[in-house]
Write a protein of this length. Structure first.
Length: 301
């Protein structure tokens, strides 16, 4: 199953034969961007509001997340004539004449302005049969339009998968680098801790007991578990990418766990000289890669 990005665009232009032997052309556009949930916005012409429930259902059945905008725009071909709302235009003119008289204004009514007022121009004489034909056509076209959108989102998802796999490679490399330095850092940590405790307790303190306490403290500061869990998380991340499907929220949670391991690793190795400084560099590199991955998965469905 592919990975889907939440970014996509699809458009279809259709001509529908209507009762008077003319044609009704319309454009159906679908675009989506990232969003935490499925957020639908539909823009339909007047007279087609009844289509909205069925269109919403189709979108919900095919999409999981994203801000999705569906727009339908249509008009007859050039051979068809548009009309105007005679009663409404007459009302606008009467209101103009009344204001002209009441306030002693000068000037004439501008027809261009009046015809741009809400409702002045009618929808090119469409009758009920035309609207039914249009609605039926839109419902037939929504499925291939969604397929077109999902194809683009899958193509974008492939690019995201490639980027994320590159990030995982670098994260695994940094983790391996820390693992290679772990034993030497532990020795340096034990030496430093022993010297400090001897200086604080004096020569009369039981040396064997001191070394046992140091061993316990060093064990608590061991980063083996963090490294193991980081490798496990990386492996799980790759498995999810391979499986595909709805991944965004799962990957986000997994990256939070990875970031927690990196923070713990840095806190345990902080202040250790020598190779400890290199571990700090690698730990910060791990956090940087995790943050890059988090930015990318914001667009994964």
């Amino acid at each position: 199953m592919p990975i889907y990005s939440m970014t996509g665009f699809a458009r279809v232009q259709v001509q529908v034969p209507v009762r008077d032997q003319g044609q009704l052309s319309y454009t159906l556009t679908l675009k989506s961007v990232n969003h935490r949930f499925l957020d639908l916005q539909l823009r339909l012409p007047q007279g087609l509001d009844a289509l909205e429930p069925e269109l919403r259902k189709a979108l919900k059945d095919n999409l999981v997340r994203g801000h999705v905008e569906l727009a339908l725009s249509g008009d007859r071909n050039a051979q068809q004539t548009a009309g105007y709302n005679r009663q409404l235009v007459a009302g606008y003119l009467a209101a103009f004449a009344a204001a002209h008289h009441d306030f002693g204004l000068t000037g004439e009514a501008d027809l261009n302005v009046i015809l741009r007022l809400p409702g002045a121009l009618q929808s090119d004489n469409r009758d009920d049969a035309d609207m039914v034909a249009l609605a039926d056509s839109v419902l037939k076209e929504i499925v291939p339009l969604l397929d077109q959108l999902k194809t683009m989102r899958a193509r974008e998802g492939e690019a995201l998968e490639s980027i994320l796999n590159g990030t995982l490679d670098r994260l695994a490399e940094a983790t391996d680098g820390v693992a290679a330095l772990r034993s030497e850092v532990e020795e340096r940590y034990q030496e430093r801790l022993t010297q400090r405790l001897l200086a604080a307790t004096g020569p009369e303190f039981n040396r064997q007991r001191l070394l046992e306490e140091v061993a316990v403290l060093v064990e608590r500061s061991d980063i083996a578990e963090e490294l193991t869990r980081m490798h496990t998380h990386i492996g799980h991340f790759r498995e999810l990418l391979t499986a595909g499907g709805e991944l965004g929220k799962k990957l986000d949670f997994l990256l939070q766990e990875m970031n927690r391991e990196a923070n713990t690793l840095l806190s345990k190795t902080g202040g250790v000289a020598g190779k400890g400084t290199r571990i700090t560099e690698l730990g910060l590199a791990m956090k940087a890669e995790i943050e890059k991955a988090r930015e990318q998965i914001q667009n994964v469905e």
